[in-house]
Design a protein around this ligand. Structure first.
Ligand code: ACM
Ligand code: ZN
Length: 748
């Protein structure tokens, strides 16, 4: 008995030891964003569980606790907070600004010096913000697993003596997240804020209202969230963007918003709320229909929505909007409030009596002047409540703005030039670089209307250098922002995939001096250190897919960096963690059957076949098409077997609608399938439909129901056993959005 218990104790000690890193762990110097100045000196400092945090400033209360939390994870023991210590310390030191010159610190609330001597670590700034950023730099030098749920216990971390002097290039560094098209819960938002804070991004632009959902509780207008926060077959808002038949959505209660705002503020992040006006307002319009122009005509937005624009001539609208804004001011201390103002189809104002009367009264000649009138009314309301207005770059059109109003440039660089030349402080979210919803390579998920935007292209963006500006104009550039629209957000991990690791690029664009920036150095730091940090933080970042070429009867596959493992299948399926590892070129005369994926630990990239051959040999029989649904463009584009041509319906689809494909000659094949929506984007498809097939063109058999797929959108297949004469897509229930997109059949 005794023997056994001794043996158990021995095992226990052994296992406890294996959890401790006995070797001195060296500090990691791969910092993102790269600091302005970093000097390494002789001698070392050992951080261990006797190290104390030193601070005697109230303003550092959060900073000290934040730092202690991570040190506790590092050593698996509490780390003391003292008011003074002479040795083995991390001192958080807020100084008066008149002392800055003496120590070479920039007098900027975000600037800091991190000085490491043999006695300890000192972080100095004029403000809690700078101290917080110094702490983030310090945390990056610690082992990555302090960010994971479970971590090792470390004995000590060895730092070289060093001095970092750092400050941001831009005062504004922002990320926008569209929480209307996809609702992200409080936990996700906080997790994201953790990453923004760690990478020194100081503004979170929260897109809270758009056509597909109103997300902010407003007590005076409860229907906004009772009804306007939900999509589905039985809701006022139709299903959209793959959200499906079931009730889908959600909103943030005022208590949750206050909690998030405080969480962000502690981490030096300002939250800028956006409710998109006067367009993109379907979620309001379905709940309070009186806000839109009282007209019979239908004018669609670029996203295909109708009746989604506030009436400019209806005076009660301004009362409602002021009431909403008043409630928002109790939730969001941000000085800046964003009102959208993008992509308004102004034609409803042309057909509206109230709007037309207003135009006459104010002697306006163009609809865009009416837009400017609306924008300026809101600008005035915000001003009255102590707020500065921001809006998408359309606010530059149709008239002047207050000097303080901030356009957010999205359309292109020339809009950025227009904004600063108009004298407006400007945020640069130029879509060609900073729209993180764009594809990162041709066969990956995402949109591509602003281009295919790999990480390297994002890195090349300079919020000043990309524009021809005078020195005075350059001062008006507040900084960069990246944006994630979430039309394809129903996909698992969509946001993580699109945002990471690109957020780290945004971080360096916004913070680091342009002359310090270098793509190769950035990538090295990213790959050597930060991907693992993101992994430990549990962000499901994009794993760089392999490159695959077929040459001389061989499949040759390459990976972007060493840490990745390439796996493959030879049956067109996506490789899994159990698939064989690719180690050398594969000789084959059936290259179309192979798929390759890279793995970062257990996480796969997208699966890829050879990129230089046509993998898909679909048949192209002569076909005629008919439908009971009116179409926006030529329906024959559905039978040209060109997958790049689509057909849009002119109205929402409904049960009983059909699309009938009839082959001139019956076709012998194994499988016929149809995808709907935009190829590679998966929006605006047929959530409720079935594919039927017929051997004689008269009697039909039922194929599969359409189901949602990552890349192809809603899709369905049938597997004929004889030659097929016709295929029919039958709509069995409500569609998505105001129109549906049909595509050519794929016949294999
Ligand atoms: C936008 O992308 N409509 C701002
Ligand atoms: Zn009107």
């Amino acid at each position: 008995m005794k023997k056994l218990s001794l043996f158990v104790s021995f095992l226990f000690i052994l296992s406890a030891c294996s959890n401790i890193e006995r070797n001195a762990t060296k500090a990691n110097l791969d910092i993102i964003p790269i600091p302005q100045k970093m000097e390494i000196m002789d001698n070392v400092f050992n951080l261990d569980n006797n190290t104390v945090v030193v601070s005697d400033d109230e303003k550092n209360q959060f900073n000290a606790t934040h730092l202690q939390t991570y040190l506790k994870k590092l050593f698996k023991s509490d780390v003391l907070l003292l008011k003074e210590a002479n040795d083995n310390y991390i001192r958080l030191n807020i100084i008066d600004s008149d002392k800055c010159d003496d120590i070479g610190l920039m007098n900027d609330n975000e600037a800091y010096i991190l000085n490491i001597t043999s006695h300890g670590i000192e972080i100095t700034s004029v403000d809690a913000a700078g101290i917080f950023y110094g702490i983030q730099t310090l945390l990056q030098m610690l082992p990555n697993d302090i960010f994971a749920e479970t971590s090792h216990a470390y004995d000590n971390i060895e730092f070289p003596n060093m001095r970092i002097v750092d400050n941001p290039r831009f005062k504004y560094r922002g990320l926008m997240l569209d929480c209307s098209r996809t609702f992200y819960d409080v936990e996700y938002i906080k997790h994201l804020l953790d990453a923004l804070a760690h990478y020194k991004i100081n503004n979170f632009h929260w897109h809270l209202a758009d056509d597909q959902g109103w997300r902010i509780e407003i007590k005076q207008y409860p229907k906004l969230t009772e009804l306007g926060a939900w999509r589905g077959a039985d809701e006022l808002l139709m299903p959209a963007y793959g959200s499906g038949n079931e009730r889908n959505g959600g909103f943030y209660s005022q208590e949750e918003i206050k909690d998030i705002v405080k969480y962000a503020a502690d981490r030096q992040i300002n939250i800028i709320p956006e409710i998109d006006l006067p367009g993109h307002s379907k979620a309001v319009a379905v709940t309070y229909p009186e806000i839109v122009c009282d007209i019979d005509n239908v004018h669609l937005s670029v996203q295909g929505e109708s009746n989604n624009v506030w009436c400019v001539g209806r005076e009660d609208n301004y009362i409602m909007l002021e009431n909403i804004i008043k409630e928002m001011t109790e939730l969001f201390p941000s000085k800046v409030y964003h009102i959208g103002a993008d992509e308004v189809n102004m034609n409803s104002w042309r057909d509206c009596e109230l709007c037309q009367n207003l135009m006459k009264e104010k002697d306006m000649h163009q609809l865009v002047e009416l837009q400017n009138y609306f924008v300026r009314r809101i600008e005035k309301i915000l001003y009255k409540h102590g707020k500065t207005m921001a809006g998408w770059d359309e606010i530059l059109d149709g008239g002047d703005l207050m000097e303080s109003t901030i356009p957010y440039v999205w359309q292109n660089s020339s809009r950025g030039i227009k904004s600063v030349k108009a004298g407006q402080p400007t945020v640069m979210q130029v879509s060609q670089y900073m729209y993180f919803d764009m594809k990162q390579s041709a066969d990956e998920r995402g949109l591509k209307w602003a281009g295919i935007i790999p990480l390297d292209s994002v890195y090349s963006f300079d919020p000043i250098g990309n524009f021809v500006l005078t020195e005075e104009e350059q001062k008006l550039v507040l900084g960069p922002q990246a944006g994630l629209w979430t039309e394809c957000g129903q996909m698992p991990y969509y946001a993580d995939y699109q945002l990471f690791p690109k957020i780290l690029v945004l971080s360096e664009i916004g913070w680091s001096a342009q002359e310090m920036r270098d793509l190769a150095s950035f990538k090295k730091r990213l790959i050597d250190s930060h991907l693992d940090r993101l992994y430990q933080m549990d962000f499901k970042f994009r794993v760089a897919p392999p490159t695959v070429v077929y040459e001389d009867n061989k499949l040759i596959v390459n990976k972007e960096y060493d840490k990745l493992v390439i796996r493959y299948s030879d049956d067109k399926s996506a490789p899994t963690i159990n698939s064989p590892e690719y180690t050398a070129a594969i000789t084959t005369d059936k290259p179309e059957n192979y798929r390759f994926a890279t793995f970062y630990n257990e996480r796969p990239s997208i699966a890829r076949g050879a990129q230089n051959i046509d993998l898909y040999h679909f048949m192209k029989p002569r076909t005629t098409i008919s439908s009971n649904v009116p179409m926006e463009n030529d329906i024959n584009s559905l039978v040209d077997y060109n997958l790049n041509t689509y057909c849009y319906t002119s109205r929402p689809v409904m049960a009983g609608d059909y699309f009938l494909y009839t082959f001139d000659e019956a076709v012998k094949c194994d499988k016929i399938w149809a995808a709907t929506g935009h190829y590679g984007l998966a929006i605006v498809g047929l959530p409720n439909a079935r594919i039927d097939y017929s051997y004689d063109g008269v009697n039909f058999m039922e194929g599969e129901d359409f189901v949602y797929d990552y890349f192809d959108g809603y899709k369905a297949a049938c597997y004929p056993e004889k030659e097929v004469k016709a295929v029919r897509i039958v709509v069995t229930g409500i569609g998505e959005c105001q129109y549906a997109i049909l595509q050519d059949l794929r016949i294999e």
